[in-house]
Ligand binder design. Structure first.
Ligand code: ATP
Length: 603
Protein backbone atom coordinates (compact mmCIF):
# COMPACT_ATOMS: atom_id res chain seq x y z
CA UNK A 1 0.00 0.00 0.00
CA UNK A 2 1.43 3.38 -1.00
CA UNK A 3 2.10 6.00 1.67
CA UNK A 4 -0.62 8.27 0.25
CA UNK A 5 -3.12 5.44 0.21
CA UNK A 6 -2.52 5.03 3.97
CA UNK A 7 -3.77 8.59 4.53
CA UNK A 8 -6.44 8.58 1.81
CA UNK A 9 -9.05 10.11 4.11
CA UNK A 10 -6.80 13.05 4.96
CA UNK A 11 -5.97 13.41 1.25
CA UNK A 12 -9.66 13.58 0.36
CA UNK A 13 -10.25 16.21 3.08
CA UNK A 14 -7.40 18.32 1.71
CA UNK A 15 -8.74 17.99 -1.85
CA UNK A 16 -12.24 19.02 -0.81
CA UNK A 17 -10.94 21.97 1.26
CA UNK A 18 -8.93 23.32 -1.71
CA UNK A 19 -11.82 22.83 -4.09
CA UNK A 20 -14.26 24.67 -1.89
CA UNK A 21 -11.88 27.63 -1.35
CA UNK A 22 -10.75 28.03 -4.97
CA UNK A 23 -13.79 26.71 -6.84
CA UNK A 24 -11.65 24.45 -9.07
CA UNK A 25 -11.45 20.65 -9.22
CA UNK A 26 -8.72 18.87 -7.32
CA UNK A 27 -7.22 15.43 -7.67
CA UNK A 28 -4.41 13.62 -5.89
CA UNK A 29 -2.61 10.56 -7.28
CA UNK A 30 0.04 8.40 -5.67
CA UNK A 31 3.43 7.24 -6.99
CA UNK A 32 1.83 4.28 -8.76
CA UNK A 33 -0.57 6.65 -10.57
CA UNK A 34 -3.55 5.48 -8.54
CA UNK A 35 -6.13 8.18 -7.94
CA UNK A 36 -6.29 8.61 -4.16
CA UNK A 37 -8.61 11.58 -3.85
CA UNK A 38 -10.69 13.78 -6.14
CA UNK A 39 -13.50 16.29 -6.28
CA UNK A 40 -16.23 17.01 -8.83
CA UNK A 41 -15.91 14.78 -11.88
CA UNK A 42 -12.91 12.98 -10.31
CA UNK A 43 -14.97 11.79 -7.39
CA UNK A 44 -16.23 8.79 -9.32
CA UNK A 45 -12.82 7.69 -10.49
CA UNK A 46 -11.12 7.55 -7.08
CA UNK A 47 -9.24 4.25 -7.04
CA UNK A 48 -8.76 4.30 -10.83
CA UNK A 49 -5.36 3.64 -12.35
CA UNK A 50 -4.06 6.45 -14.58
CA UNK A 51 -2.13 5.87 -17.82
CA UNK A 52 1.64 5.70 -17.51
CA UNK A 53 2.04 8.45 -20.12
CA UNK A 54 -0.12 10.91 -18.22
CA UNK A 55 1.14 14.33 -17.13
CA UNK A 56 1.32 13.09 -13.52
CA UNK A 57 3.94 10.48 -14.50
CA UNK A 58 6.15 13.31 -15.75
CA UNK A 59 5.66 15.31 -12.56
CA UNK A 60 6.66 12.23 -10.51
CA UNK A 61 9.73 11.65 -12.68
CA UNK A 62 10.92 15.26 -12.75
CA UNK A 63 9.81 16.13 -9.16
CA UNK A 64 8.77 19.50 -10.65
CA UNK A 65 5.44 21.32 -10.76
CA UNK A 66 3.81 22.58 -13.98
CA UNK A 67 1.19 25.04 -15.01
CA UNK A 68 -0.58 24.06 -18.19
CA UNK A 69 -2.46 26.92 -19.71
CA UNK A 70 -3.41 25.19 -22.99
CA UNK A 71 -3.92 21.50 -22.34
CA UNK A 72 -3.01 19.35 -25.36
CA UNK A 73 -0.50 21.94 -26.56
CA UNK A 74 1.92 22.04 -23.63
CA UNK A 75 5.03 19.95 -24.22
CA UNK A 76 4.20 17.68 -21.21
CA UNK A 77 1.00 16.76 -23.09
CA UNK A 78 2.89 15.45 -26.13
CA UNK A 79 2.87 11.85 -24.98
CA UNK A 80 -0.68 11.94 -23.58
CA UNK A 81 -3.09 9.69 -25.53
CA UNK A 82 -6.12 11.87 -24.91
CA UNK A 83 -4.47 15.17 -25.72
CA UNK A 84 -6.78 15.75 -28.72
CA UNK A 85 -9.94 15.29 -26.69
CA UNK A 86 -8.68 16.67 -23.34
CA UNK A 87 -11.64 18.30 -21.52
CA UNK A 88 -9.39 20.37 -19.22
CA UNK A 89 -8.94 24.09 -19.77
CA UNK A 90 -5.98 24.61 -17.45
CA UNK A 91 -4.04 22.72 -14.78
CA UNK A 92 -1.60 23.44 -11.94
CA UNK A 93 0.17 20.37 -10.60
CA UNK A 94 2.76 19.91 -7.96
CA UNK A 95 4.71 16.86 -6.65
CA UNK A 96 4.26 15.68 -3.04
CA UNK A 97 7.77 15.15 -1.70
CA UNK A 98 8.46 12.90 1.29
CA UNK A 99 12.00 12.13 2.40
CA UNK A 100 13.28 13.46 -0.93
CA UNK A 101 11.13 11.13 -3.02
CA UNK A 102 8.10 12.13 -5.13
CA UNK A 103 5.33 10.03 -3.60
CA UNK A 104 2.40 11.61 -5.42
CA UNK A 105 0.96 14.58 -7.27
CA UNK A 106 -1.63 17.12 -6.30
CA UNK A 107 -3.36 18.90 -9.17
CA UNK A 108 -5.85 21.76 -9.53
CA UNK A 109 -7.85 21.57 -12.75
CA UNK A 110 -10.09 24.05 -14.56
CA UNK A 111 -12.94 22.65 -16.62
CA UNK A 112 -14.66 25.96 -17.24
CA UNK A 113 -13.50 29.34 -18.52
CA UNK A 114 -14.16 30.87 -15.09
CA UNK A 115 -12.08 28.24 -13.36
CA UNK A 116 -9.37 28.74 -15.97
CA UNK A 117 -9.35 32.46 -15.30
CA UNK A 118 -9.01 31.82 -11.54
CA UNK A 119 -6.03 29.53 -12.11
CA UNK A 120 -4.29 31.85 -14.54
CA UNK A 121 -4.85 35.01 -12.53
CA UNK A 122 -3.56 33.53 -9.30
CA UNK A 123 -1.02 31.08 -10.67
CA UNK A 124 1.96 32.33 -8.61
CA UNK A 125 0.01 32.34 -5.31
CA UNK A 126 -1.53 29.00 -6.20
CA UNK A 127 1.87 27.38 -6.66
CA UNK A 128 2.86 28.43 -3.14
CA UNK A 129 -0.50 27.30 -1.76
CA UNK A 130 -0.55 23.91 -3.44
CA UNK A 131 3.06 23.39 -2.39
CA UNK A 132 2.08 23.93 1.26
CA UNK A 133 -0.83 21.52 0.82
CA UNK A 134 1.63 18.95 -0.52
CA UNK A 135 3.81 19.58 2.54
CA UNK A 136 0.77 19.14 4.76
CA UNK A 137 0.11 15.75 3.18
CA UNK A 138 3.79 14.82 3.56
CA UNK A 139 3.67 15.68 7.26
CA UNK A 140 0.52 13.55 7.61
CA UNK A 141 2.46 10.71 6.05
CA UNK A 142 5.34 11.22 8.49
CA UNK A 143 2.83 11.13 11.33
CA UNK A 144 1.27 7.95 9.95
CA UNK A 145 4.69 6.34 9.56
CA UNK A 146 5.46 7.13 13.22
CA UNK A 147 2.12 5.70 14.26
CA UNK A 148 2.85 2.56 12.24
CA UNK A 149 6.26 2.22 13.87
CA UNK A 150 4.71 2.75 17.31
CA UNK A 151 2.03 0.17 16.57
CA UNK A 152 4.65 -2.37 15.47
CA UNK A 153 6.71 -1.67 18.63
CA UNK A 154 3.58 -1.95 20.78
CA UNK A 155 2.63 -5.26 19.17
CA UNK A 156 6.15 -6.57 19.62
CA UNK A 157 6.20 -5.47 23.24
CA UNK A 158 2.80 -7.00 23.93
CA UNK A 159 3.84 -10.26 22.31
CA UNK A 160 6.98 -10.33 24.45
CA UNK A 161 5.06 -9.46 27.62
CA UNK A 162 2.47 -12.11 26.91
CA UNK A 163 5.06 -14.72 26.06
CA UNK A 164 7.10 -14.44 29.26
CA UNK A 165 6.24 -16.81 32.08
CA UNK A 166 6.42 -14.07 34.69
CA UNK A 167 3.30 -12.16 35.51
CA UNK A 168 3.77 -8.41 34.91
CA UNK A 169 1.47 -5.75 36.32
CA UNK A 170 1.79 -1.99 35.89
CA UNK A 171 -0.05 0.40 38.19
CA UNK A 172 -0.32 4.21 38.13
CA UNK A 173 0.87 6.65 40.82
CA UNK A 174 -2.21 5.86 42.88
CA UNK A 175 -1.47 2.13 42.77
CA UNK A 176 -4.33 1.43 40.36
CA UNK A 177 -3.69 -1.28 37.81
CA UNK A 178 -3.33 0.06 34.26
CA UNK A 179 -2.01 -2.98 32.45
CA UNK A 180 -1.25 -6.66 33.09
CA UNK A 181 0.02 -9.46 30.92
CA UNK A 182 -1.50 -12.87 30.19
CA UNK A 183 0.61 -14.69 32.80
CA UNK A 184 -0.48 -12.27 35.54
CA UNK A 185 -4.13 -12.70 34.58
CA UNK A 186 -3.75 -16.47 34.72
CA UNK A 187 -1.90 -16.51 38.05
CA UNK A 188 -4.33 -14.12 39.71
CA UNK A 189 -7.44 -15.61 38.09
CA UNK A 190 -8.71 -12.27 36.72
CA UNK A 191 -9.55 -10.80 33.33
CA UNK A 192 -8.11 -7.47 32.17
CA UNK A 193 -11.56 -5.88 32.62
CA UNK A 194 -11.74 -7.10 36.24
CA UNK A 195 -8.21 -6.01 37.10
CA UNK A 196 -7.73 -2.68 35.34
CA UNK A 197 -8.66 0.21 37.61
CA UNK A 198 -8.54 -1.84 40.82
CA UNK A 199 -5.81 -1.35 43.39
CA UNK A 200 -2.67 -3.46 43.10
CA UNK A 201 -2.88 -4.40 46.77
CA UNK A 202 -6.26 -6.02 46.25
CA UNK A 203 -4.51 -8.56 44.04
CA UNK A 204 -1.19 -8.65 45.91
CA UNK A 205 -2.07 -8.14 49.57
CA UNK A 206 0.74 -6.97 51.81
CA UNK A 207 2.77 -5.35 49.03
CA UNK A 208 3.84 -1.86 50.20
CA UNK A 209 2.83 -0.08 47.01
CA UNK A 210 3.10 3.41 48.55
CA UNK A 211 6.63 2.83 49.74
CA UNK A 212 7.59 1.81 46.21
CA UNK A 213 5.91 4.77 44.51
CA UNK A 214 6.51 7.56 47.05
CA UNK A 215 9.88 6.58 48.47
CA UNK A 216 11.12 4.89 45.29
CA UNK A 217 11.96 1.79 47.33
CA UNK A 218 12.38 -1.43 45.42
CA UNK A 219 10.96 -4.69 46.77
CA UNK A 220 12.72 -7.81 45.65
CA UNK A 221 11.75 -11.44 45.92
CA UNK A 222 8.90 -11.01 48.37
CA UNK A 223 6.88 -14.20 48.84
CA UNK A 224 3.15 -13.73 48.68
CA UNK A 225 0.62 -16.44 49.40
CA UNK A 226 -3.09 -16.09 48.78
CA UNK A 227 -6.13 -18.01 47.73
CA UNK A 228 -7.16 -17.62 44.11
CA UNK A 229 -10.52 -19.19 43.35
CA UNK A 230 -9.90 -21.99 45.87
CA UNK A 231 -6.35 -22.56 44.63
CA UNK A 232 -3.30 -21.64 46.71
CA UNK A 233 -1.17 -19.08 44.88
CA UNK A 234 2.36 -18.91 46.21
CA UNK A 235 4.47 -16.49 44.26
CA UNK A 236 7.61 -14.41 44.44
CA UNK A 237 7.07 -10.70 43.73
CA UNK A 238 9.53 -8.00 42.75
CA UNK A 239 8.26 -4.44 42.53
CA UNK A 240 10.03 -1.40 41.11
CA UNK A 241 9.02 2.25 40.92
CA UNK A 242 8.46 3.70 37.51
CA UNK A 243 9.13 7.37 36.92
CA UNK A 244 9.30 9.83 34.05
CA UNK A 245 11.42 12.98 34.14
CA UNK A 246 12.09 12.38 37.84
CA UNK A 247 8.39 12.22 38.69
CA UNK A 248 6.88 9.05 40.19
CA UNK A 249 4.44 7.62 37.70
CA UNK A 250 3.69 4.25 39.17
CA UNK A 251 4.93 0.77 39.89
CA UNK A 252 5.72 -2.34 37.91
CA UNK A 253 5.42 -5.65 39.72
CA UNK A 254 6.66 -8.99 38.39
CA UNK A 255 5.36 -12.28 39.75
CA UNK A 256 6.87 -15.73 39.52
CA UNK A 257 5.07 -18.82 40.76
CA UNK A 258 7.16 -20.45 43.47
CA UNK A 259 6.63 -23.84 41.81
CA UNK A 260 8.34 -22.41 38.70
CA UNK A 261 11.15 -20.87 40.75
CA UNK A 262 11.70 -24.23 42.42
CA UNK A 263 11.58 -26.07 39.14
CA UNK A 264 14.24 -23.73 37.81
CA UNK A 265 16.41 -24.15 40.92
CA UNK A 266 15.95 -27.90 40.80
CA UNK A 267 16.86 -28.03 37.12
CA UNK A 268 19.95 -25.98 37.89
CA UNK A 269 20.85 -28.15 40.85
CA UNK A 270 20.16 -31.34 38.94
CA UNK A 271 22.61 -30.11 36.32
CA UNK A 272 25.14 -29.30 39.04
CA UNK A 273 24.68 -32.13 41.53
CA UNK A 274 23.07 -34.79 39.39
CA UNK A 275 24.28 -38.05 40.86
CA UNK A 276 23.79 -41.56 39.55
CA UNK A 277 24.54 -44.99 40.99
CA UNK A 278 27.26 -45.41 38.35
CA UNK A 279 29.06 -42.45 39.86
CA UNK A 280 29.31 -44.18 43.24
CA UNK A 281 32.73 -45.80 43.14
CA UNK A 282 33.22 -49.42 44.07
CA UNK A 283 32.90 -52.81 42.48
CA UNK A 284 33.04 -55.15 45.46
CA UNK A 285 30.27 -57.67 45.73
CA UNK A 286 28.93 -55.90 48.80
CA UNK A 287 28.74 -52.52 47.12
CA UNK A 288 27.26 -54.02 43.97
CA UNK A 289 24.54 -55.66 46.07
CA UNK A 290 23.90 -52.29 47.76
CA UNK A 291 23.69 -50.55 44.39
CA UNK A 292 21.24 -53.21 43.14
CA UNK A 293 19.02 -52.56 46.14
CA UNK A 294 19.33 -48.80 45.63
CA UNK A 295 18.30 -49.24 41.97
CA UNK A 296 15.15 -51.04 43.17
CA UNK A 297 14.49 -48.19 45.60
CA UNK A 298 14.92 -45.67 42.77
CA UNK A 299 12.36 -47.52 40.65
CA UNK A 300 9.83 -47.49 43.45
CA UNK A 301 8.44 -44.36 45.04
CA UNK A 302 8.57 -45.53 48.64
CA UNK A 303 10.16 -44.08 51.73
CA UNK A 304 13.73 -45.22 52.19
CA UNK A 305 15.86 -45.37 55.33
CA UNK A 306 19.58 -45.46 54.63
CA UNK A 307 21.78 -46.70 57.44
CA UNK A 308 25.53 -46.86 57.54
CA UNK A 309 28.52 -45.45 59.32
CA UNK A 310 29.56 -41.87 58.82
CA UNK A 311 31.28 -41.19 55.50
CA UNK A 312 30.06 -44.35 53.75
CA UNK A 313 28.21 -42.37 51.09
CA UNK A 314 24.64 -42.30 52.44
CA UNK A 315 23.93 -38.90 50.87
CA UNK A 316 25.38 -40.06 47.54
CA UNK A 317 23.01 -43.02 47.60
CA UNK A 318 20.07 -40.77 48.51
CA UNK A 319 20.86 -38.49 45.54
CA UNK A 320 21.35 -41.44 43.20
CA UNK A 321 17.97 -42.88 44.26
CA UNK A 322 16.28 -39.53 43.61
CA UNK A 323 17.98 -38.90 40.26
CA UNK A 324 17.45 -42.52 39.20
CA UNK A 325 13.70 -42.30 39.74
CA UNK A 326 10.72 -40.61 38.18
CA UNK A 327 11.16 -37.51 40.36
CA UNK A 328 14.55 -36.70 38.87
CA UNK A 329 13.42 -33.42 37.29
CA UNK A 330 11.88 -32.27 40.58
CA UNK A 331 13.79 -30.87 43.57
CA UNK A 332 16.09 -32.87 45.81
CA UNK A 333 16.23 -31.00 49.11
CA UNK A 334 18.65 -32.15 51.80
CA UNK A 335 18.51 -31.12 55.45
CA UNK A 336 20.79 -32.26 58.23
CA UNK A 337 18.57 -32.71 61.29
CA UNK A 338 21.59 -32.82 63.63
CA UNK A 339 23.07 -29.56 62.38
CA UNK A 340 20.06 -27.34 63.12
CA UNK A 341 19.06 -26.37 66.68
CA UNK A 342 15.85 -28.13 67.70
CA UNK A 343 13.96 -24.85 68.14
CA UNK A 344 14.60 -23.95 64.50
CA UNK A 345 14.24 -27.35 62.92
CA UNK A 346 10.43 -27.32 62.86
CA UNK A 347 10.22 -24.04 60.94
CA UNK A 348 13.07 -25.18 58.67
CA UNK A 349 11.12 -28.32 57.83
CA UNK A 350 7.59 -26.97 57.64
CA UNK A 351 8.10 -23.20 57.12
CA UNK A 352 6.32 -20.40 58.95
CA UNK A 353 3.70 -17.75 58.31
CA UNK A 354 4.29 -14.02 58.60
CA UNK A 355 4.10 -12.97 62.28
CA UNK A 356 4.47 -16.55 63.55
CA UNK A 357 7.15 -15.36 65.97
CA UNK A 358 9.31 -12.33 66.70
CA UNK A 359 11.73 -11.85 63.86
CA UNK A 360 9.65 -13.92 61.42
CA UNK A 361 10.24 -12.75 57.87
CA UNK A 362 7.57 -10.69 56.10
CA UNK A 363 5.44 -12.90 53.95
CA UNK A 364 6.58 -15.97 55.92
CA UNK A 365 8.99 -18.58 54.66
CA UNK A 366 8.45 -21.93 52.99
CA UNK A 367 9.88 -25.01 54.66
CA UNK A 368 12.01 -27.72 53.09
CA UNK A 369 8.94 -29.94 52.62
CA UNK A 370 7.25 -27.22 50.62
CA UNK A 371 10.41 -26.60 48.59
CA UNK A 372 10.68 -30.32 47.87
CA UNK A 373 7.08 -30.55 46.61
CA UNK A 374 6.97 -33.04 43.76
CA UNK A 375 10.50 -34.21 44.55
CA UNK A 376 12.44 -35.72 47.42
CA UNK A 377 13.43 -34.54 50.87
CA UNK A 378 16.57 -36.08 52.33
CA UNK A 379 16.40 -36.08 56.13
CA UNK A 380 20.02 -36.68 57.06
CA UNK A 381 20.75 -37.76 60.67
CA UNK A 382 17.05 -38.45 61.21
CA UNK A 383 18.04 -40.34 64.39
CA UNK A 384 18.91 -36.97 65.95
CA UNK A 385 15.39 -35.61 65.63
CA UNK A 386 13.61 -34.82 68.91
CA UNK A 387 10.63 -36.98 69.94
CA UNK A 388 8.20 -34.06 69.59
CA UNK A 389 9.36 -33.36 66.04
CA UNK A 390 9.23 -37.08 65.29
CA UNK A 391 5.50 -36.92 66.17
CA UNK A 392 5.01 -34.06 63.69
CA UNK A 393 6.95 -35.88 60.99
CA UNK A 394 4.82 -38.95 61.56
CA UNK A 395 1.70 -36.86 60.95
CA UNK A 396 3.14 -35.55 57.69
CA UNK A 397 3.88 -39.09 56.59
CA UNK A 398 0.39 -40.25 57.47
CA UNK A 399 -1.57 -37.33 56.08
CA UNK A 400 0.81 -36.08 53.37
CA UNK A 401 -0.09 -32.55 54.49
CA UNK A 402 2.04 -29.94 56.16
CA UNK A 403 1.20 -26.95 58.31
CA UNK A 404 3.46 -23.92 58.48
CA UNK A 405 4.37 -22.73 61.98
CA UNK A 406 1.73 -20.12 62.88
CA UNK A 407 -0.41 -21.19 59.91
CA UNK A 408 -4.09 -21.98 60.14
CA UNK A 409 -4.60 -24.29 57.19
CA UNK A 410 -2.49 -27.23 56.27
CA UNK A 411 -1.87 -28.04 52.62
CA UNK A 412 -0.99 -31.10 50.62
CA UNK A 413 2.53 -31.85 49.56
CA UNK A 414 3.77 -34.65 47.38
CA UNK A 415 7.21 -35.42 48.75
CA UNK A 416 9.21 -38.60 48.78
CA UNK A 417 11.16 -39.04 52.02
CA UNK A 418 14.62 -40.55 52.24
CA UNK A 419 16.00 -40.66 55.78
CA UNK A 420 19.56 -41.51 56.79
CA UNK A 421 21.34 -42.17 60.04
CA UNK A 422 24.64 -43.52 61.27
CA UNK A 423 23.01 -44.49 64.58
CA UNK A 424 21.67 -47.94 65.40
CA UNK A 425 18.04 -47.04 65.08
CA UNK A 426 16.85 -50.48 66.27
CA UNK A 427 18.49 -49.82 69.60
CA UNK A 428 17.10 -46.29 69.69
CA UNK A 429 13.60 -47.73 69.23
CA UNK A 430 14.23 -50.23 72.02
CA UNK A 431 15.48 -47.43 74.28
CA UNK A 432 12.45 -45.29 73.50
CA UNK A 433 14.60 -42.63 71.76
CA UNK A 434 12.97 -43.14 68.38
CA UNK A 435 9.24 -43.62 67.91
CA UNK A 436 8.45 -47.14 66.83
CA UNK A 437 5.48 -46.04 64.68
CA UNK A 438 7.70 -43.54 62.85
CA UNK A 439 10.39 -46.18 62.45
CA UNK A 440 7.96 -48.45 60.59
CA UNK A 441 6.77 -45.58 58.43
CA UNK A 442 10.32 -44.54 57.55
CA UNK A 443 11.88 -47.95 57.26
CA UNK A 444 9.65 -49.12 54.39
CA UNK A 445 12.69 -49.73 52.21
CA UNK A 446 15.80 -50.20 54.35
CA UNK A 447 19.18 -49.73 52.70
CA UNK A 448 22.43 -50.48 54.51
CA UNK A 449 25.66 -49.03 53.21
CA UNK A 450 28.58 -51.30 54.13
CA UNK A 451 31.55 -49.75 55.91
CA UNK A 452 34.71 -49.44 53.84
CA UNK A 453 36.65 -51.97 55.96
CA UNK A 454 34.23 -54.69 54.79
CA UNK A 455 34.77 -54.01 51.14
CA UNK A 456 38.50 -53.84 50.75
CA UNK A 457 38.17 -54.78 47.09
CA UNK A 458 36.97 -51.23 46.52
CA UNK A 459 40.16 -49.70 47.88
CA UNK A 460 42.33 -49.80 44.70
CA UNK A 461 39.65 -48.08 42.59
CA UNK A 462 38.86 -45.47 45.25
CA UNK A 463 42.53 -44.71 45.93
CA UNK A 464 43.39 -44.45 42.23
CA UNK A 465 40.39 -42.22 41.51
CA UNK A 466 41.20 -39.88 44.39
CA UNK A 467 44.89 -39.71 43.40
CA UNK A 468 43.94 -38.71 39.84
CA UNK A 469 41.37 -36.20 41.13
CA UNK A 470 43.70 -34.41 43.55
CA UNK A 471 46.81 -34.62 41.36
CA UNK A 472 44.86 -32.81 38.68
CA UNK A 473 43.37 -30.28 41.11
CA UNK A 474 46.78 -29.55 42.63
CA UNK A 475 48.62 -29.75 39.29
CA UNK A 476 50.98 -32.48 40.50
CA UNK A 477 52.56 -35.30 38.52
CA UNK A 478 51.49 -38.05 40.93
CA UNK A 479 49.78 -41.01 39.33
CA UNK A 480 50.29 -44.02 41.60
CA UNK A 481 50.87 -45.38 45.09
CA UNK A 482 53.65 -47.86 45.87
CA UNK A 483 52.91 -51.36 47.15
CA UNK A 484 54.09 -50.66 50.69
CA UNK A 485 51.96 -47.58 51.05
CA UNK A 486 48.95 -49.38 49.58
CA UNK A 487 49.47 -52.27 52.02
CA UNK A 488 49.45 -49.77 54.92
CA UNK A 489 46.22 -48.15 53.76
CA UNK A 490 44.68 -51.57 53.23
CA UNK A 491 45.48 -52.63 56.80
CA UNK A 492 43.82 -49.56 58.27
CA UNK A 493 40.23 -49.83 59.53
CA UNK A 494 38.95 -46.52 58.05
CA UNK A 495 36.54 -45.54 60.83
CA UNK A 496 35.69 -42.40 58.80
CA UNK A 497 35.13 -44.56 55.71
CA UNK A 498 35.34 -43.11 52.18
CA UNK A 499 35.35 -39.54 53.48
CA UNK A 500 38.43 -40.25 55.59
CA UNK A 501 40.09 -42.11 52.73
CA UNK A 502 39.46 -39.22 50.34
CA UNK A 503 40.80 -36.67 52.82
CA UNK A 504 43.87 -38.82 53.42
CA UNK A 505 44.63 -39.12 49.71
CA UNK A 506 44.21 -35.38 49.28
CA UNK A 507 46.72 -34.86 52.10
CA UNK A 508 49.14 -37.42 50.60
CA UNK A 509 49.00 -35.88 47.12
CA UNK A 510 49.64 -32.50 48.73
CA UNK A 511 52.75 -33.47 50.65
CA UNK A 512 54.25 -36.10 48.32
CA UNK A 513 57.35 -34.80 46.55
CA UNK A 514 57.93 -37.75 44.19
CA UNK A 515 55.74 -39.21 41.41
CA UNK A 516 54.39 -42.05 43.54
CA UNK A 517 52.84 -41.96 46.98
CA UNK A 518 55.19 -43.70 49.35
CA UNK A 519 54.73 -45.17 52.81
CA UNK A 520 56.84 -42.49 54.49
CA UNK A 521 54.23 -39.84 53.54
CA UNK A 522 51.44 -41.71 55.32
CA UNK A 523 50.49 -40.02 58.60
CA UNK A 524 51.66 -41.77 61.77
CA UNK A 525 48.10 -42.03 63.11
CA UNK A 526 47.25 -44.37 60.22
CA UNK A 527 50.46 -46.36 60.32
CA UNK A 528 50.08 -46.95 64.02
CA UNK A 529 46.49 -48.11 63.85
CA UNK A 530 46.82 -50.70 61.10
CA UNK A 531 45.71 -54.23 61.86
CA UNK A 532 49.21 -55.52 61.11
CA UNK A 533 50.68 -53.15 63.66
CA UNK A 534 48.14 -54.41 66.16
CA UNK A 535 48.95 -58.01 65.26
CA UNK A 536 52.68 -57.43 65.47
CA UNK A 537 52.23 -55.80 68.83
CA UNK A 538 50.31 -58.64 70.42
CA UNK A 539 51.66 -61.48 68.27
CA UNK A 540 48.19 -62.92 67.87
CA UNK A 541 45.20 -62.13 65.73
CA UNK A 542 42.06 -61.75 67.83
CA UNK A 543 39.56 -64.54 67.26
CA UNK A 544 36.82 -62.09 66.47
CA UNK A 545 39.01 -60.57 63.75
CA UNK A 546 39.61 -64.01 62.23
CA UNK A 547 35.90 -64.82 62.32
CA UNK A 548 35.00 -61.46 60.77
CA UNK A 549 37.55 -61.92 57.98
CA UNK A 550 36.41 -65.50 57.35
CA UNK A 551 32.76 -64.45 57.14
CA UNK A 552 33.55 -61.49 54.91
CA UNK A 553 35.61 -63.46 52.46
CA UNK A 554 33.04 -66.28 52.36
CA UNK A 555 30.34 -63.71 51.65
CA UNK A 556 32.44 -62.20 48.88
CA UNK A 557 32.99 -65.68 47.44
CA UNK A 558 29.48 -67.10 47.54
CA UNK A 559 27.54 -63.95 46.91
CA UNK A 560 24.56 -62.28 48.50
CA UNK A 561 21.74 -64.60 47.43
CA UNK A 562 19.90 -66.92 49.85
CA UNK A 563 21.74 -69.75 48.17
CA UNK A 564 25.04 -67.92 48.70
CA UNK A 565 24.33 -67.44 52.38
CA UNK A 566 23.51 -71.13 52.79
CA UNK A 567 26.87 -71.88 51.26
CA UNK A 568 28.63 -69.37 53.57
CA UNK A 569 27.10 -71.06 56.63
CA UNK A 570 27.93 -74.50 55.24
CA UNK A 571 31.49 -73.58 54.32
CA UNK A 572 32.12 -72.13 57.77
CA UNK A 573 30.42 -75.09 59.45
CA UNK A 574 27.86 -72.98 61.30
CA UNK A 575 24.07 -72.71 61.20
CA UNK A 576 22.35 -69.88 59.34
CA UNK A 577 21.11 -68.49 62.65
CA UNK A 578 24.70 -68.41 63.98
CA UNK A 579 25.86 -66.73 60.78
CA UNK A 580 23.30 -63.94 61.25
CA UNK A 581 24.15 -63.56 64.93
CA UNK A 582 27.86 -63.25 64.17
CA UNK A 583 27.32 -60.74 61.45
CA UNK A 584 25.43 -58.59 63.91
CA UNK A 585 27.99 -59.18 66.64
CA UNK A 586 30.88 -58.12 64.42
CA UNK A 587 29.03 -55.07 63.32
CA UNK A 588 28.46 -56.67 59.93
CA UNK A 589 24.73 -56.02 60.23
CA UNK A 590 25.00 -53.74 57.23
CA UNK A 591 26.00 -56.47 54.84
CA UNK A 592 23.53 -59.04 55.97
CA UNK A 593 20.65 -56.58 55.76
CA UNK A 594 21.78 -55.31 52.40
CA UNK A 595 22.16 -58.77 51.04
CA UNK A 596 18.93 -60.15 52.32
CA UNK A 597 16.55 -57.38 53.08
CA UNK A 598 13.79 -59.02 51.13
CA UNK A 599 14.43 -62.55 52.29
CA UNK A 600 15.37 -62.61 55.96
CA UNK A 601 15.58 -66.23 57.16
CA UNK A 602 13.39 -67.40 59.98
CA UNK A 603 15.72 -67.85 62.92
N1 ATP B 1 31.40 -44.88 46.91
C1 ATP B 1 31.85 -43.63 46.86
N2 ATP B 1 32.40 -43.17 45.74
C2 ATP B 1 32.90 -41.92 45.68
N3 ATP B 1 32.88 -41.04 46.69
C3 ATP B 1 32.33 -41.45 47.83
C4 ATP B 1 31.77 -42.74 47.97
N4 ATP B 1 31.26 -42.87 49.21
C5 ATP B 1 31.48 -41.68 49.81
N5 ATP B 1 32.14 -40.84 49.00
C6 ATP B 1 32.59 -39.49 49.32
O1 ATP B 1 32.74 -39.45 50.73
C7 ATP B 1 32.21 -38.24 51.27
C8 ATP B 1 31.11 -38.57 52.24
O2 ATP B 1 29.95 -39.01 51.55
P1 ATP B 1 28.49 -38.80 52.12
O3 ATP B 1 28.35 -37.42 52.66
O4 ATP B 1 27.53 -39.25 51.10
O5 ATP B 1 28.52 -39.78 53.34
P2 ATP B 1 27.49 -39.96 54.52
O6 ATP B 1 27.42 -41.39 54.80
O7 ATP B 1 26.21 -39.27 54.14
O8 ATP B 1 28.20 -39.18 55.68
P3 ATP B 1 27.57 -38.61 57.07
O9 ATP B 1 26.94 -39.76 57.79
O10 ATP B 1 28.76 -38.07 57.76
O11 ATP B 1 26.59 -37.57 56.64
C9 ATP B 1 31.76 -37.42 50.10
O12 ATP B 1 32.81 -36.56 49.74
C10 ATP B 1 31.55 -38.43 49.00
O13 ATP B 1 31.76 -37.87 47.74
Amino acid sequence: MSQLKQIEQSAQHVAEAIASVLGVEVTIVDDSLLRIAGTGRYLETIGAQLAIDSVFAQVLRSKRGFIITDPGKHNVCVTCQIRESCPEQAQVCCPIIFEEAAIGVIALIAFTAKQRQTLLEQQQDLFGFIDRMAELLASKIAEQENLNRLQVAKNQLETVLNTVQEGIIAADQFGRIVRLNTAAKKMLGVSAAQAIGTSLTSLLPGLEVEAVIDAGREISNREITRNVNGRRLHCMVTAKPWSEGGLACGIVATLREMAEVRKFVSQLSSQTFHYTLDMILGDSQLLRATKDSAAKAADSNTTVLIQGESGTGKELFARAIHYGGERKYKPFIAINCAAIPEALLESELFGYEEGAFTGARRGGKPGKFELADGGTIFLDEIGDMSLSLQAKLLRVLQERRIERVGGLDGFRVDVRIIGATHKDIDIMVKNGEFREDLYYRINVFPLYIPALRYRQDDLPLLIQTFITKYASALSKEISAIDADAFQTLQSYQWPGNVRELENTIEYLVNIETGNTISKRSIPARIKEKTATAHNKLTGVVPLAELERTAINSALERFGPSAEGKNKVAQALGISKATLYRKLKEYNCISQIETLSQFEKPKQ
